[in-house]
Design a binder for this molecule. Structure first.
Ligand SMILES: NC(=O)C1=CN([C@@H]2O[C@H](COP(=O)(O)OP(=O)(O)OC[C@H]3O[C@@H](n4cnc5c(N)ncnc54)[C@H](OP(=O)(O)O)[C@@H]3O)[C@@H](O)[C@H]2O)C=CC1
Ligand SMILES: Nc1nc(=O)c2c([nH]1)NC[C@@H]1CN(c3ccc(C(=O)N[C@@H](CCC(=O)O)C(=O)O)cc3)C=[N+]21
Length: 308
């Protein structure tokens, strides 16, 4: 079987055109918009993402500000920064980049974000709404995973509803910002969903779970975790992982969690890294920022759940 390549860049281009129309409509209606990101310390993936967001916001003329705090910043100092962003009427959406340094409890930081500006749904109120199937904002990475799947299903002429009702979706990784939201979006599509974490890998191995997948979503942050023996023939594989790997030339490359070379020949469709989920995520985040701006202005905003 030769896998179809699910092209995240093409998907992102189409979304971006819609986003430009939404941003123009906001401006026409006199609704202000602004995105703020906050990072503490330095991490490869977070840096890559921040640069993408900065560029996209610049291209769309959306006011953007990034606050890069030193890795030794204390919790009260971080909370003070969040409070400034909460209070700033020019900021519609706040993204706190992960990971935070170990001395900072991310749940305390997330709880401090104004829920109406919490575009990644990390505040308990928004995480709860998402878990209940009635999200205010849909976290961008999980949303991008399902947007890619939905778009691919349309492109091959599969009925979305029928496909999801029959599908076993296995999600590797269950972090609060990627794995768990992806599980919620799988439930929202009335699929059968299984969650695999590191303990399965350390005990029985993850293969007996992942081979069960019609759709395998991998978000563990471990380069090469998924190899040919972990997937069934004909599965659809979505690789969320972003890992830095230094090549023999000394240059740092980005690789996913899936060993693409061995997995691709077995499966029906697969996302590459780079060029898969990543390029969709930043467009989605800006899209959610538009929603936050509309809601802040007391206007109705479209549901971004996109359940077929
Ligand atoms: N493409 C994109 O747009 C984005 C990519 N990412 C990338 O996705 C990856 C995951 O991100 P994130 O969820 O934030 O990471 P976290 O480190 O917060 O969570 C990783 C999850 O994977 C699980 N895990 C780790 N190792 C294994 C293993 N060997 N077998 C099974 N499960 C395992 C962990 O299990 P346990 O709970 O037991 O510890 C945990 O639940 C990273 O590479 C990140 O850079 C993130 C956001 C956006
Ligand atoms: N709160 C939070 N939310 C996140 O979503 C989040 C985060 N923290 N911390 C870091 C990770 C990592 N991440 C990336 C997303 C897209 C690309 C991306 O688009 N990469 C391009 C390649 C870009 C290049 O080649 O330089 C691609 O995959 O094709 C990269 C990295 C989001 N993350």
């Amino acid at each position: 079987m030769t896998a179809q390549l699910i092209d995240g860049r093409a998907c992102a281009r189409a979304l971006r055109e819609e986003l430009a129309v939404d941003v123009a409509a906001l401006r026409r209606d006199g609704v202000g918009i602004g995105l703020a990101t906050l990072a503490v310390g330095q991490e490869y993936g977070a840096g890559a993402y921040e640069r993408r967001l900065r560029r996209l916001a610049g291209e769309l003329d959306v006011p953007y500000r990034h606050r890069a705090l030193d890795g030794a910043t204390t919790l009260p100092e971080v909370l003070a920064e969040v409070a400034l962003l909460n209070a700033d009427p020019a900021v519609s959406g706040i993204l706190v980049l992960r990971p935070l340094p170990a001395h900072l409890d991310e749940s305390v930081v997330f709880r401090a974000i104004d829920p109406t500006k919490d575009i990644e749904s990390v505040h308990p109120e928004n995480a709860g709404l998402l878990a209940l199937g009635v999200p205010r904002f849909v976290p961008s990475t999980a949303a991008s995973v399902f947007h890619l799947l939905d778009t691919w299903l349309d492109s091959v002429g599969e009925d979305r509803t029928d496909f999801y009702h029959r599908a076993n979706i296995v999600v590797v990784g269950r972090s609060n910002n990627v794995g768990k939201p992806a599980i919620s979006l799988g439930y929202a599509r009335q699929a059968t969903v299984q969650s695999v974490d590191e303990w399965a890998d350390r005990t029985t191995g993850i293969g007996r779970h992942t081979r069960w997948a019609d759709v395998l979503v991998v978000a563990a942050g471990k380069a090469g975790l998924i190899r040919a023996e972990h997937v069934s023939e004909g599965a659809v594989v979505i690789d969320v992982g972003i890992n830095a790997r230094t090549g023999p030339d000394g240059v740092v490359h980005m690789v996913g969690d899936v060993d693409f070379a061995s997995v691709a020949p077995r499966v029906r469709a697969i996302t590459p890294v780079p060029g898969g989920v990543g390029p969709v995520t930043d467009v989605w985040l800006l899209r959610t920022t538009v929603t936050a701006a509309r809601l802040a202005a007391g206007q109705p905003a479209p549901s971004l759940l996109e359940v077929p």
